[in-house]
Design a protein around this ligand. Structure first.
Ligand code: NAP
Length: 272
């Protein structure tokens, strides 16, 4: 059977075409909000700003030093949200460890929260009453759908249960009637679990966490991880392992990240 490389580009281009029409002649501004200098967040931010510009969306790039106090961070985010010029805000995670995430994100108007991290939006998402799920999980689902990967009744292993990817993605996969096993940092014998999977999704942030011996022959692999190793971007799953074992896989770079970007822009349509 021919191996499918689930590149993000064609998926992104399809969404781009739909958005170009919706955004034509509109005056929107997307703000990114970053505290510190996390390399993966910087990579994501740069591509977001490029994607926004390519769709005629204005951008504002707010960066605060990593030692910024809670109070100062809250003040800057509140002012950004209160600014009528700003249509949507994408706060980039991770925040530095001293930042109380929930207190910070609640400074945003929920309508300007582009990644479903305000508790009001999170609540609506978990209750299933908003289409605006977090962007990266939506990107994973869009890729799986675009490449026709079945989920109903499949054994799906979600590695990682972080707030912006793993946790919401788990719920979305269950919403498709997949049988989902979630693995976290304290999971015992991860390889034995991933080897059972028809579909493995990994959103951990550890390069080469998943190796060839952990993937069943013919499994589907969605690699959300973005890690910088010696200046190169790599995923959580070794590329050699994907090539050797998967029937379909997302590459890193060029996979999920490309589509996540467009999902942020798609969320902006709720501001039209
Ligand atoms: P996060 O909030 O730090 O979550 C990481 C998760 O991985 C946690 O649930 C953690 O377990 C789990 N974990 C850590 N070590 C593990 C291990 N050895 N085995 C199994 N699970 C382990 O991270 P995140 O924000 O979700 O991001 C995850 C990755 O996705 C990062 O590389 C990030 O850069 C990338 N990302 C990519 C995109 C994109 O568009 N492609 C967008 C966002 C994020 P515990 O719950 O037990 O702590």
């Amino acid at each position: 059977m021919e191996q499918i490389i689930m590149a993000g580009k064609p998926v992104a281009e399809k969404i781009r075409r739909e958005l170009q029409e919706k955004f034509a002649g509109k005056d929107l501004t997307l703000a990114t909000f970053l505290i510190g200098d996390n390399p993966a967040a910087q990579v994501y931010k740069r591509s977001l700003l490029r994607t926004a510009a390519s769709l005629g969306i204005h951008t504002r790039d707010v960066v605060l030093p990593k030692e910024t106090s809670q109070e100062e961070a809250e003040k800057v985010l509140r002012e950004l949200s209160d600014d009528p010029q700003i249509s949507g805000i994408l706060p980039l995670v991770p925040f530095p460890p001293h930042i109380r995430r929930l207190d910070l994100v609640q400074q945003m108007d929920p309508e300007k929260d582009m990644d479903c991290i305000h508790p009001i939006n999170g609540g609506k998402f978990y209750l299933g009453i908003t289409p605006w799920a977090p962007c990266t999980p939506r990107a994973c689902m869009a890729i799986l759908d675009y490449y026709g990967i079945p989920l109903v009744g499949q054994n799906v292993v979600m590695v990682g249960y972080g707030e912006v990817v793993g946790r919401p993605l788990t719920l979305m996969l269950m919403g498709r009637y997949a049988t989902v096993t979630v693995c976290r940092s304290r999971t015992k014998n991860l390889p034995a679990i991933t080897r059972q999977a028809d579909v493995i999704l990994s959103a951990v942030g550890k390069p080469n966490l998943i190796t060839e011996d952990m993937i069943r022959e013919g499994a589907v692999v969605v690699d959300v991880g973005i890690n910088s190793v010696d200046g190169k971007l790599v995923g959580d799953v070794s590329e050699a392992a994907k090539i050797a074992k998967a029937s379909a896989y997302t590459p890193v770079p060029g996979g999920v990240g490309v589509v996540s970007n467009l999902m942020v822009m798609e969320t902006l349509t709720c501001r039209l």
